[in-house]
Design a protein around this ligand. Structure first.
Ligand code: C2E
Ligand code: MG
Ligand code: MG
Ligand code: MG
Length: 288
């Protein structure tokens, strides 16, 4: 070989991380088993009302508690499930778990609150996915208005016309549709104009530095959303300082470690409710 040219350049990219590959293969080949054996757990992270700090809902986040690998986080398994076109299996299971838990509580006459769920763009490619959600909602007799669907911005932009159709469809079926990670993609302003979202969930990267520019951006998003009539949630609120800023800027709802980390759904955020109280209102907190 010519001098100076190596067959395998020693860059980071060329190093193969075998343990990562192994985990990815494991995830891809065990998702069905993980669902069936309930290694997948649904966690809830509390949403609070900005003004009162009371509990007004929660986001469902999945965890894979594996007998071999221990706790696996979505950052590891979501991309693998998307790549292998199996993400809908997870999202459908999480949806059913949420419905089942809501129904269980309502049957006991206990209070429930709205829950938002994360959907992948790929879910909408699956035939009859939305119909199957409707079947579950009917089976468990859940008021649809308390189920909110979160769709990530970057993913929406993947095929705008197609997603517009999916969002409209979801809305027509009675679900509220939230734009997740708002501001993180390339065409946020276009989304504001073209899509019919109920809620913007503002991406946590603006909050994380609390720099002058970021604060101006957050304030502007909150202002625009309010004028247009879209609800707002800020995610990734970690400090009291961030909470106070958002409250003053008129952010309706917030979520983040400041108010609580994700917890198993079975507890139904009992401690958070004890700590902060609950918002009572028709669509924020329902008694059967
Ligand atoms: P996301 O929907 O934007 O959810 C927020 C993520 O930020 C969650 O990570 C949450 O645990 C984390 N988080 C919450 N509060 C704070 C905070 O104060 N500071 C910081 N630094 N982080 C905070 P998680 O649970 O690891 O989920 C990561 C992403 O994976 C989610 O981002 C969501 O897009 C996706 N995901 C989670 N569960 C599911 C699922 O069942 N289906 C689908 N399709 N996606 C899911
Ligand atoms: Mg989300
Ligand atoms: Mg988010
Ligand atoms: Mg996200």
């Amino acid at each position: 070989p010519k001098k100076g040219i190596r067959k395998f350049p020693r860059s980071q990219q060329d190093k193969i991380d075998f343990s990562r590959l192994e985990l990815e293969q494991y995830i891809e080949s065990h998702i069905e088993e993980a669902i069936e054996k309930r290694w997948i757990k649904v966690y809830l992270q509390v949403n609070i009302r900005g003004l009162s700090r009371r509990v007004c809902g929660a986001e469902a986040l999945s965890r894979w508690v594996d007998p071999k690998y221990g706790m696996i986080y979505p950052g590891d398994f979501i991309p693998v499930l998307e790549k292998s076109l199996k993400i809908h299996l997870l999202d459908f299971f999480v949806f059913e778990e949420v419905c089942r838990n809501i129904a269980k509580r309502r049957n006991r006459g206990e209070a429930v609150f709205p829950i938002s769920l994360n959907f992948s763009r790929l879910d909408f490619d699956v035939e009859r996915f939305l119909d199957k959600l409707d079947d579950l909602v009917a089976l468990y007799k859940i008021p649809k208005s308390i189920l909110h669907v979160e769709i990530t911005e970057s993913v929406v932009m993947h095929n705008e016309e197609y997603m517009k159709f999916a969002v409209r469809q979801l809305r027509e079926q009675g679900y509220k549709v939230w734009m997740d990670d708002f501001g993180s993609g390339y065409s946020s302003l276009n989304l504001l104009k073209e899509f019919e979202f109920d809620t913007f969930k503002i991406d946590m990267r603006f909050l994380s530095d609390m720099g002058k520019k970021s604060l101006i951006i957050i304030s502007s998003i909150l202002y625009m959303a309010k004028e247009i009539g879209i609800h707002t949630v800020a995610e990734g609120v970690e400090t009291e300082e961030q909470y106070q800023f958002l409250k003053a800027a008129g952010c309706e709802r917030m979520q983040g470690y400041c108010f609580g980390r994700p917890e198993p759904i079975e507890n139904w955020l009992a401690e958070r409710i004890e700590e902060n109280g609950v918002e009572s209102g028709e669509d924020t907190f329902l008694y059967d």
